[in-house]
Design a protein. Structure first.
Length: 179
C-alpha cells in the first residue's frame, strides 16, 4: 500500500476530486431473487459472473456529492506526494450513533493499491472517536471490487434496498462495529 496522507476536504480539493473517473469495471454482480408468498418473503443474493467485463457508471452525479461537502459528518481526502488520489464521504445520525459511507472514490490509476482501505480505516477511527458505534457502507450490487474489499476489512452484509440510488440501482449495505 502506498503511504498516503489523509486530511479533511477543503474547497481547494474539490476540482481535482470531481475530475476523477467515478465509474468502475466489474466482472460480477450480486444478483437478487425474491420469493413472496402470503405470509413470508425471502430474498436471496448470488454472485454471478457477467458474460463480459462491464463499465458501471457511478450512481450519483458529482454535483450531488460535492454540493453539500461542508455538511458531511466527515469528508476525507487521501493524498500521495501532494496529489489527491481518493476521497470518502461520511454521513451520520447522532441519535442512532450510526455512520454511513455514502461515497468512496479512488483515482482510476491508483485503484487496487489499498487507498480505499486506508480511507475506510481512517473513517472508522474518526467516527469511533466521535462515539459512533457502527459504520455502514452502501454500494451498488455491481460493485464487486468494493464488496470484496468490505469482506476483507471485516464488514458483514447487513441489508439491501431496491431503487435506492438516484439512478434507481439496488443498494447493498455492509457494516462493522467501530469498537
Amino acid at each position: 500500500m502506498p503511504e498516503i496522507t489523509i486530511h479533511p476536504i477543503g474547497s481547494k480539493d474539490i476540482e481535482s476530486l470531481q475530475a476523477f473517473e467515478h465509474g468502475y469495471y466489474s466482472e460480477y454482480v450480486w444478483q437478487m431473487s425474491m420469493e413472496v408468498e402470503d405470509k413470508s418473503a425471502e430474498a436471496d443474493f448470488r454472485c454471478v459472473r457477467l458474460p463480459r467485463r462491464v463499465f458501471v457508471p457511478y450512481p450519483r452525479k458529482r454535483d450531488m456529492i460535492f454540493n453539500d461537502w461542508e455538511r458531511a459528518t466527515a469528508f476525507l481526502v487521501g493524498e500521495l506526494a501532494g496529489r489527491a488520489v481518493g476521497y470518502l464521504k461520511v454521513q451520520a445520525e447522532s441519535e442512532s450513533r450510526v455512520a454511513r459511507i455514502t461515497d468512496l472514490v479512488v483515482s482510476s490509476p491508483m485503484r487496487r493499491q489499498g487507498i480505499a482501505s486506508g480511507l475506510i480505516l481512517a473513517a472508522m477511527d474518526l467516527i469511533a472517536h466521535r462515539d459512533f458505534y457502527l459504520l455502514i457502507m452502501e454500494m451498488q450490487s455491481k460493485n464487486y471490487p468494493a464488496i470484496q474489499m468490505m469482506n476483507k476489512l471485516g464488514f458483514s452484509f447487513c441489508g439491501f434496498r431496491d431503487h435506492y440510488f438516484p439512478n434507481q440501482d439496488l443498494a447493498l449495505f455492509f457494516s462493522r462495529f467501530t469498537h
